[in-house]
Design a protein around this ligand. Structure first.
Ligand code: ARG
Length: 460
């Protein structure tokens, strides 16, 4: 057991209490951020004349040595310390003696941990955003290759109207670009520096908080209230909420991949490298990756709920409950990153069965709305047109054929308005390509959207 705060205690901490209280097993993950924050703090202390240049140099050298040694495995972060902050400080004192004891001047672990967590999550937001970018690229290239790949669009999982695979992919592009923008937005708001808030009430040392914030790249400057500085975890809640939304999108997409990959649909074939087999059924090739992504979504939601529940009852300012933020946030970040990588790889290698998609769009009366529109264009009121086409569909169902296959005489039996050009009017090509308003699947609209998306990715 190694503690920073033994002075006022007359007894050793109970071993169980010690383990229950300790956070080093998980906060050791941000040792580099802890050291980086300490270096900035010490530079500021020296600049303000609170430490001598000699002390500053000694401490910085010592800290850099610890960082190097941890990084190349010469120094192990031992669980005998309570947390990463204690480990770094105690190791520093061990190595450089007295100057090391001045590191914690004008600082509390409360503002220190608030800083470390921000530095860590700030880096992770960048990495997450890069992975979202990779996924958007993967989606965009499917989109570009499939402007003419016809498929049924669904509502209620019932075939509704014909669309293209490009259009379907475009919906996901929209979702993930909102996710990208959300991450950017969170980053902007979280980019303020809590260091210098002290335990809760600032400090009596003449700290230059602006300077530390600048050294650490906090564009938003120092936090403006020290109580909030040590106890704000909103940015983690926002991050968990953004991660939950990314996972929700990945999960919807996964669900579609699973349906499309089923024996009944066969719209896609997941690559062997992204599928798994069954221990008993030799014929099986399962979409486990998509299922796991769908499954892990619950786990990230869990982190968001846990964090919200923990924060709701915490009076100002720092309370130990807040230590619980780390495992959830780390797990949610790791999970989402893993899912983004795997999912992008899966769709990049997935084969789209264009023939099956087109065949499915043809069978299922996805062009019924267009048949009704044909009548409307010939002066029939829409409600009557709806009824007429309904009867045609019924006839086709009885005969087991599609609207395209129904002879003109039978059309005419139900409405005299139909002429030979009905077949052209209800072809998949016409149904899709006549839809050219902004956001629609028609080739012309899609090409404009794709040009916009390409530019969007260039400026990412
Ligand atoms: N391990 C603690 C945490 O993660 C560090 C802050 C400890 N501060 C304190 N006053 N006990 O929140």
């Amino acid at each position: 057991m190694a503690q920073l705060w033994g002075g006022r205690f007359t007894k050793e901490t109970d071993q169980l209490v010690y383990s229950f209280n300790a956070s080093i097993s998980f906060d050791k993950r941000f040792y580099a951020q802890d050291i980086k924050g300490s270096i900035a703090h010490v530079m500021m202390l020296a600049r303000q004349g609170i430490l001598t240049d000699y002390e500053k140099d000694q401490i910085i050298q010592g800290l850099e040595g610890i960082l190097d040694d941890v990084e190349c495995g010469r120094l192990e972060i031992s669980d005998k310390y309570e947390d990463i902050h204690s480990f770094v400080e105690a190791t520093l004192i061990d190595r450089i003696g007295d100057p090391g004891k001045k590191l914690h001047t004008g600082r509390s672990r409360n503002d220190q941990v608030a800083l470390d967590m921000k530095l860590y999550t700030r880096d992770e937001v960048h990495l997450l955003d890069n992975l979202v970018e990779g996924l958007l690229q993967a989606i965009l290239s499917i989109l570009e290759d499939n402007i003419d790949t016809y498929m049924p669009g669904f509502t209620h999982l019932q075939k509704a109207q014909p669309i293209t695979l490009a259009h379907h992919m475009g919906a996901y592009f929209e979702m993930f670009r909102r996710d990208h923008e959300r991450l950017q937005d969170i980053y902007k708001r979280m980019n303020t520096c809590p260091l210098g808030s002290g335990a809760l009430a600032g400090t009596t040392y003449p700290l230059d908080r602006e300077y530390t914030a600048r050294l650490l790249g906090f564009d938003g400057g120092p936090t403006l209230n020290s109580m909030d500085g040590v106890s704000d975890r909103d940015y983690l809640i926002e991050l968990l909420s953004a991660l939950s939304t990314i996972m929700m999108h990945l999960s919807r997409f996964s669900e579609e991949v699973i349906i499309w990959n089923s024996n009944e649909y066969q719209f896609v074939e997941i690559d062997d490298a992204y599928s798994t087999g069954s221990s008993i059924m030799p014929q099986k090739k399962n979409p486990d990756i998509a299922e796991l992504v769908r499954g892990k979504t619950g786990r990230v939601y869990g982190a968001l709920n846990a964090m919200l529940a923990t924060m709701k009852g915490i009076p100002l300012a720092y309370n130990k409950d807040m230590q619980e933020d780390k495992e959830w946030v780390f797990d949610a970040i790791d999970t989402t990153k893993g899912c983004l990588v795997l999912f992008a790889g899966m769709i990049r290698t997935m084969e789209f069965r264009k023939d099956r998609m087109e065949k499915s769009a043809k069978n299922g009366f996805t062009n019924a709305t267009d048949a009704a529109d044909y009548l409307v264009n010939h002066g029939v009121p829409f409600r009557d047109a709806h009824g007429i086409v309904g009867q045609l569909v019924l006839t086709c169902i009885e005969k087991g054929i599609s609207l395209d296959e129904l002879p003109l005489e039978e059309y005419k039996e139900i409405s005299e308005v139909f002429e030979e050009d009905i077949y052209e009017a209800i072809s998949l090509e016409t149904c899709v390509n006549k839809r050219v308003t902004a956001g629609a699947p028609g080739r012309q609209a899609m090409e404009e959207t794709i040009a916009y998306y390409r530019k969007y990715m260039e400026e990412y």
